[in-house]
Design a protein around this ligand. Sequence first.
Ligand code: ZN
Length: 278
Amino acid sequence: MSASALPRPAPSRFAPPSLPDLAGRTVLALHAHPDDEAIFTGLTLRRLADAGARTVLVVATDGDLGGSRIALRPGETVGQRRRAELEEVAGMLGVARLVLLGHRDSGLPGWSDGTHERALAAADPLPLARQVAAIADAEGADTLLHDDEQGIYGHPDHRATWRIGSTAAALVGVTGYAVTIDREHLQLVARDGHLVHGAARAAAVDYGRVTAEIALAVTGTADELARKRAAILAHASQIGPDDVPSSTFAAAYGYEWYRRSGAPGVLDQLGNAHLVAR
Ligand SMILES: [Zn+2]
């Protein structure tokens, strides 16, 4: 942590830049599990849709190892419940098309699940990158979102979606935005207040990047933050209201951070909170 770093204000204290007209633009977002799209890119996906962009959400696994904090219906599996939650959230975030790649959750580092024949972490990333690139190409996507090279917090499935997503962006030749976390910001304003803290502890890994390594921060209004929280909570099998308290939500989840490969693209047009925050 840099001693000179200052916390930026909670996003609700200033108005983010007004939405640009993104009609005709298409963005593909690749995520590892149902719920990652809301936690890490919920503001971004909703703002893109509100600005007129078409968004395509590709989720690599069903998150079948996540367990459930609520009772399932008789015969229902965790994977089935999580897919249903994801479909609901895709609608809430204005996603135009949802694609499930159908791989198996790989579990935390060291779990034997990571070597299961259908585990995402054990899959050859190149055919999957070609599959994602083909979707992006068919959709005319000019921007890809995917996890960063550390898998945000080291989860094997998130590392896999870095390999798949960054390769797909290179294959298509479009701007890639790697989703990350600003660990300095969180340390200063939301210490232990983000779901990634517990996840990183469980995986015994570090997480995120320092502020200076991050190109772009997307934020939103208080209303947009409330919609993001509702989207996270619609993943009710995984996350309850006490996991994302309203009182600290803006501090912990009010920014979505990206490292960019390639020329400034569609996300830069949503406004970079690194530059506008005071
Ligand atoms: Zn995940």
